[in-house]
Design a protein around this ligand. Structure first.
Ligand code: F6R
Length: 609
């Protein structure tokens, strides 16, 4: 959370640099700021609120150029999201400015000690201790002061630091928070994520953990925390600038929902050659995979729901036991993972702090880690034994949509790959499932083509004050995901439940004011779902059902209906349900005038625990 950006070079306009920062706004958007050094003067501007406010605050200055600058967009952890707590933070001499992404766990004892030594604190943030420590240790060299300061810190931090005394450099530091260096002839950049760099350069150094970089106009030097120079790899950024644009859609979320058929086609094209599933640069040996008996899945939020869907088909097709846990729980469970186990870590960003910590914990037992990840240069990918890239392209909308569909799809293909190796299902069955998967982009397109109908339904339901989402079997996680999408962008309380659990409590919630979304594909649990719908109807709950085109029975119980095409393999229904529920949540939120791409209190990349 929080986005940091920085520049040193011949001169770039504030407006272009703020443009770079706004590509990081998905990481946090409660306050922001910029510090620049030009003509031996330090300039600082901070604002509570979104980057638009900062632009307004800069006014005429937007067209001026700067040669040294750090910028920040914040998601508050310590201290309210106001102007004073916004970054950059300055030392007491107003010579050093610093931006930070992460959390300093021991900031309180450090702060108390610094206060005793006479330092004065202006903000409620954990970050201010870092700039105080730098001030304390600063003699001649900014990088030495930074190294001494960070030696005192516990926690995670990506930093950008500049000083009036050395106005030719930005110091960048990475520990457990992502940081990338962008290289160009006109100057060098630092950024929390690739989209911020796209309009400036395609050349990047992905800083490794516990590295410090000195960025100057014409060169970048990288060191470890012992100040030993390290060799760096300059990589080509493969993402195209237009992939991170809205392309005429009103919101990124809508654009990303509509991109889903194309994402699945790309996955099929790259991983499904002819009759086989083939993952390029897949480093897990067949001999090992054949022996895997138990799979653990760890992930957060939407990625966790993707893993939950996958649990059903991995168990069904591969004859393995699958355990799934949210990373924030998994990391503290003392599970002994063995040599015949496999850990699947699922993450869009590959930077989620809990998922990274879960992976690190698990690796202590020597278990192999396969990550299903959308960001190839991410920490998760670097720390895993093997990766399946989900190929969804940059996901900017805070509510995850195309990444979810891509995760489930890739996991589906992986389950077929594993089933083939383990010989747990016949080749003919694999071909049958594959041919269903190949039709999925087309089915999704059918639903998208009918988005107006979903919009009308959403408008009718948007006045409800709370929702219950019910599903069974493989669509129980679809219910969880449907509820999550709705609550995160419309702020309507929504709960996902396995329909069979209704009588064990949630049925007490049903009355004429409750909207109940029932997921009822024609699968082996259909009759049971219909029985649950009867129970809801008898208690006057207002039912919205997602059902197959030709379904009559469930439709008679429903106040409104969302359709999904009839498919032969109902294990594919989670894709069709997901698109319906994503659009439903989107239109409800739009109808209620919510900030869809940047919902309150959220940030895209949760890089703190
Ligand atoms: C919800 C959402 C979050 C993320 C979660 C994990 O729409 O986006 O719940 O799924 O924060 O993020 P990643 O996948 O980046 O690990």
């Amino acid at each position: 959370m929080c986005g940091i950006f920085g520049y040193v070079g011949e001169g770039a306009s504030f407006s272009s640099l703020i443009g770079g920062l706004s590509k990081l706004e998905y990481r946090g958007y409660d306050s922001c700021g910029v510090a620049a050094i030009d003509n031996q003067k330090l300039f600082l501007k901070k604002r509570a609120g979104k980057i638009q406010k900062l632009k307004e605050g800069l006014g005429e200055k937007m067209n001026k150029k700067t040669s040294l600058c750090i910028l920040h967009t914040r998601w508050a952890t310590h201290g309210r999201p106001n102007k004073i707590n916004a970054h950059p933070h300055l030392d007491s001499q107003r010579k050093v400015a610093l931006v930070h992404n992460g959390i300093i766990e021991n900031f309180l004892p450090l702060k108390n000690q610094l206060i005793k030594e006479g330092y004065k604190f202006l903000t409620e943030t954990d970050t201010e201790v870092i700039v105080c420590l730098i001030e304390k240790f600063y003699k001649k060299s900014l990088e030495d002061a930074v190294l001494k300061a960070i030696a005192k810190l516990k926690g995670s931090f990506a930093l950008g630091v500049i000083s009036l005394d050395q106005p030719d450099r930005v110091i960048a530091v990475r520990k457990d928070s992502p940081l990338i260096i962008g290289l160009s002839k006109e100057g060098n950049f630092l950024a929390s994520d690739v989209p911020a760099l796209l309009s400036f350069t395609k050349k990047a150094i992905y800083l490794k953990d516990q590295e410090l970089a000195i960025l100057e106009k014409e060169r970048v030097k990288v060191f470890n925390f012992q100040k030993k120079a390290v060799k760096v790899k300059v990589e080509e950024i493969k993402v195209k600038a237009e992939e991170a644009e809205k392309k005429g859609y009103e919101h990124f979320m809508l654009k990303e929902i509509f991109e889903q058929p194309a994402v699945l086609r790309k996955i099929l094209f790259l991983y499904c050659k002819g009759k086989n599933v083939h993952f390029s640069s897949f480093k897990l040996r067949d001999e090992y995979l054949k022996k895997v008996k138990k799979i653990f899945i760890t992930a957060c939020g939407t990625a966790y729901h993707a893993g939950y869907v996958a649990k059903y088909f991995l168990e069904k097709y591969c004859g393995v036991v699958v355990e799934i846990d949210t990373s924030s729980e998994f990391r503290y469970r003392k599970i002994k993972l063995g040599k015949e186990d496999l850990l699947l870590a699922i993450s869009q960003s590959g930077e989620t702090a809990d998922t990274l910590a879960a992976v690190r914990e698990a690796k202590k037992c020597g278990v192999k880690v396969l990550s299903i990840c959308n960001v190839v240069g991410s920490s998760l990918v670097k720390e895993s034994d093997a990766i399946i890239s989900t190929l969804a392209g940059p996901e900017i909308g805070v509510a995850s949509t195309k990444a979810y569909i891509a995760q489930v799809f890739c996991l589906y293909l992986f389950s077929l790959h594993l089933a083939k190796l383990k010989n747990t299902i016949k080749d003919r069955k694999i071909q049958e499932i594959l041919s269903g998967l190949k039709k999925t982009p087309h089915y999704l397109q059918e639903i998208l083509n009918d988005s107006r109908k979903i919009k009308r339904t959403a408008n009718k339901f948007s006045r409800f004050g709370s929702f219950l989402f019910l599903g069974r079997g493989i669509n129980y996680p679809s219910a969880l995901e449907g509820a999550l999408k709705l609550k995160e962008i419309s702020y309507i309380p929504a709960e996902g439940y396995p329909a069979g659990e209704m009588k064990h409590g949630p049925i007490a919630l049903i009355d004429e004011y409750r909207a109940v979304v029932c997921i009822a594909p024609r699968d082996q649990l259909y009759e049971k779902m219909v029985a649950n719908m009867q129970e809801v109807k008898a208690r006057k709950g207002k039912i919205l059902t997602i059902l197959n085109n030709d379904d009559r029975e469930a439709s008679t119980l429903s106040r409104q209906i969302l359709y999904m095409p009839k498919v032969t393999n109902q294990d594919l229904s989670p894709f069709l349900v997901a698109v319906n529920l994503q659009l439903f949540a989107y239109f409800v939120a739009k109808n209620r005038g919510c900030e869809i791409d940047q919902p309150r209190n959220l940030a895209k990349s949760v890089t703190v625990e």
